[in-house]
Design a protein around this ligand. Structure first.
Ligand code: A3P
Length: 333
């Protein structure tokens, strides 16, 4: 109980379910709904499930956000490596302003979630029209919304979107640990098997997984909107190549001189799990959206699901993913 209280630094950010505008209430009354395992209502908006408070923030975003041409949006399903991608993108994009060293870089004194803020979990929760001017340009934002929910808002802008995905079994195990860390009193009766069933059914906050992953996968293949599709496993396996790919996509490729001077390796070291998770700011600090940063660092890496999921759970998830992704060309190794 104590540990979870420490993690929720500013509980007011988790708005009460009924703390929504009349407009949001009207919308909610027209949406399909389901109850989560605690009996809280979830609503399906543009293909994803949300609690009312999150819907309110999404509506705020959709009404107010005007994408600048240079904006960068980092998108992901929760627990897919968002924190890592935030750190890497920030370090890559701002490397001329902040040299990637282990002495004075902003990532050493501030956590990635404060440097790259979530739209619907942070900025648009607190404010219907947050002041985005204070964010240094190029502005980097993050989201867990599917592409179709961003689409209208970003349509007329050449801003760039980077999506990171991860094997669903590792996502699930990571989410399981995260939930028990952050809200252990609420999840004490909730087994890993319950979470597997929830994933199979698809009606959970920000789910279903396949709706989100495929929304970005499809536009990354065909759309005129620039979307870079990244995989956590590839980032772990070939970090240098993936960071260079990220820089190329963001229009700030590493020069030969930078490569020779070890710039890529320095950024990777700065943003590594080992470095970030051991920083005081990430061990004891607070994040702009209410969850203590250390909750975002657990183990890192690929394949921890093998230590947690039974053969039966893994088989059910594999079958579900195989069915949902069939024909899309997207595969998880
Ligand atoms: P595990 O729980 O499997 O360890 P998100 O940032 O989307 O919430 O994802 C959290 C997952 O990314 C956690 O996975 C966490 O440990 C891992 N992670 C956080 N920072 C990382 C980093 N710098 N490098 C690799 N993995 C990282």
């Amino acid at each position: 109980m104590e540990a979870s209280q420490n993690l929720l630094q500013t509980p007011q950010n988790f708005m009460k379910d009924d703390d929504v505008s009349q407009e949001c209430e009207n919308l909610i009354s027209s949406l399909p709904s389901e109850k989560d395992f605690m009996g809280r209502n979830l609503y399906n908006y543009q293909g994803s499930w949300y609690y009312p408070s999150r819907l309110q923030a999404i509506l705020n975003f959709q009404k107010d956000f005007k994408a600048r041409d240079t904006d960068i949006i980092l998108a992901s399903f929760p627990k897919s490596g968002t924190t890592w991608l935030k750190a890497l993108a920030f370090a890559v994009v701002h490397r001329n302003k902040y040299a990637p060293n282990l002495v004075s870089h902003p990532l050493l004194s501030n956590n990635p979630h404060n440097l790259v803020r979530f739209l619907e979990l942070d900025l648009y929760v607190k404010d219907q029209r947050p002041d985005l001017e204070e964010i240094p340009s190029p502005k980097i934002f993050a989201t867990h919304m599917p592409f179709q929910t961003l689409h209208e808002t970003l349509r007329d802008s050449p801003c760039k979107v980077v999506y990171v995905c991860r094997n669903i079994k590792d996502v699930l195990v990571s989410r399981w640990h995260f939930r028990s860390k952050v809200r252990n009193e609420l999840y004490s009766n909730y087994s890993l098997e319950d979470m597997v069933d929830e994933f199979i059914k698809g009606d959970y906050a920000f789910g279903p997984f396949d709706n989100q992953v495929l929304s970005y996968w499809k536009v990354s293949l065909v759309s005129s909107k620039p979307v870079l599709f990244m995989k956590y496993e590839e980032m772990i396996e070939k970090p240098e190549a993936q960071v260079m790919r990220l820089a190329d996509f963001l229009g700030c490729s590493f020069t030969e001189e930078e490569k020779q001077s070890g710039m890529v390796e320095k950024i990777l070291e700065l943003c590594s799990f080992g470095n970030l998770s051991n920083l005081e700011t990430n061990k004891t600090g607070t994040s702009a959206f209410g969850i203590a940063p250390h909750a975002f660092f657990r183990k890192g890496g690929v394949g921890d699901w093998k230590n947690h999921l039974s053969d039966d759970m893994a088989r059910k998830l594999d079958e579900m993913v195989e069915k949902k992704l069939r024909g899309s060309g997207l595969k998880f190794e």
